[in-house]
Design a protein around this ligand. Sequence first.
Ligand code: ZN
Length: 158
Amino acid sequence: MRQILTKSASVVRTKAREVENPHAPEIRELVFAMKDAMRKANGIGLAAPQIGEPLRIFVAEVNKKFYVAVNPNVTKVSEETEEMEEGCLSVPGLWGPVERAARVTLEAFDQNGKPYRLKAKGLLARVIQHEMDHLDGILFIDKAKALYEIRRQEKHGA
Ligand code: ZN
């Protein structure tokens, strides 16, 4: 089983590279492994670098809907921002408020290599921005206005 890396792991701090062929079967396999790792960790999002794969892929599960984004790009962000508490599977036990765009437009490929465009707001918009940061080696602790140490089990981290 792939382990979720902690913040000390350098791959989490590396800019991930584009997937050359979003149709490749290995990509679908990696997506399934990521889904599995995210669910086992009780997370709502996971980027490939978090399990040691420096590729531009993330998965998310928000309001019982599962999302896959291969070679994602955020093509639009709202001027309006929102502040919300975040946690991260790669930084266990730490939480803190992060200000992000309230709405984003995402363009990506799904697990079958099919391109799509998605308009997101609320928690999904937040998870998308959190995961996009992961693909550039950025962690929420770099942006949080404050950090709190809290141990809890609820489904929250990404
Ligand atoms: Zn994270």
